[in-house]
Ligand binder design. Structure first.
Ligand code: NAD
Ligand code: ZN
Length: 243
């Protein structure tokens, strides 16, 4: 019996869009337009105004916590259930892949639910991003980050900020997964954020099939074997046909 193809999913903000979490592009016309993400999503911005940045992430985490996985997530789970080796490499900081039951998820840009001390690095426990927001809070809510019990440093969100390097373990594991895969599905990423966008290029160079699922043109289309101009849910429901 031929072995089931090893499949890697490389996902971006578009994977979570149908669960109601805005992409960067959507965000520019929405709530995030009140803030400059480059200003908030960096260590200097956090140190300048910890309550503004912590509050903004708490609001994002609360939204992510109530978002539900969609039919596209379920299609990936179904592939796992029939015995395929599936790895999800995601740029997303929400936990929709985990909540959909995806067994192996590599977070290249960290997680909203992995807060740690900005000074000594101690992981927060319990995770403060799981706390409910105060009544009526919006994206601009000001909340003081709690202090680290060890060193009294501030807790910071567990996401990769501008100017920071990707977590090495996740990056190395992602490279290995790409090298070992038969098929790479690129879902809902503009392909503009580096070095994450190098992964599809690597797969193509190695001669792997690369399939893009995105309703709009992306920076990866040119090297793809196949492009499905569809939202993630509709595209991923065609998975069985694509294998
Ligand atoms: P991006 O905003 O640059 O690109 C989003 C892509 O998704 C676009 O190509 C768009 O056409 C596509 N898209 C929109 N709706 C879609 C749908 N229904 N189905 C499939 N595709 C759809 O996002 P990116 O490439 O992930 O990179 C930007 C950065 O944004 C990343 O670093 C990521 O960490 C961060 N981000 C994460 C989240 C999240 O965790 N959910 C949300 C916003 C931004
Ligand atoms: Zn500390």
């Amino acid at each position: 019996m031929p072995t089931a193809p090893r499949v890697v999913f490389f996902t971006g903000a578009g994977m979570s869009a149908e669960s109601g979490i805005p992409t960067f592009r959507d965000a520019l016309t929405g709530l995030w337009s009140r803030f400059d993400p480059a200003e908030l999503a960096c260590e200097a911005g956090f140190r300048r105004d910890p309550a503004l940045v912590w509050g903004w992430y708490r609001w994002r985490a609360a939204r992510a916590s109530t978002a539900m996985p969609h039919a596209g997530h379920a299609a990936i789970t179904a592939l796992q259930d029939v015995g395929h080796t599936v790895t999800v490499v995601t740029q997303n900081v929400d936990d929709l892949h985990e909540r959909a039951g995806h067994a192996r998820v590599l977070h290249l840009h960290g997680s909203l639910f992995a807060s740690r001390c900005i000074d000594c690095g101690r992981p927060a426990d319990p995770e403060p991003m799981r706390e409910p927001l105060p009544e009526g809070a919006d994206a601009g809510v000001r909340l003081e980050p709690p202090p680290c019990p060890d060193c009294r440093g501030l807790l910071r969100p567990g996401v990769v900020w501008f100017g920071e390097t990707l977590p090495d373990a996740a990056w190395q594991a992602a490279l290995q997964a790409i090298d070992a895969c038969d098929l790479l599905l690129v879902v809902g990423t503009s392909g503009l954020v580096h070095p994450a966008a190098l992964l599809p290029e690597r797969a193509a160079r190695l001669g792997r099939r690369v399939i893009v699922i995105d309703p709009d043109p992306t920076g990866i289309d040119a090297i793809a074997t196949q492009v499905l101009r569809l939202p993630a849910s509709a595209g991923l429901q065609q998975l069985q046909r694509l294998l």
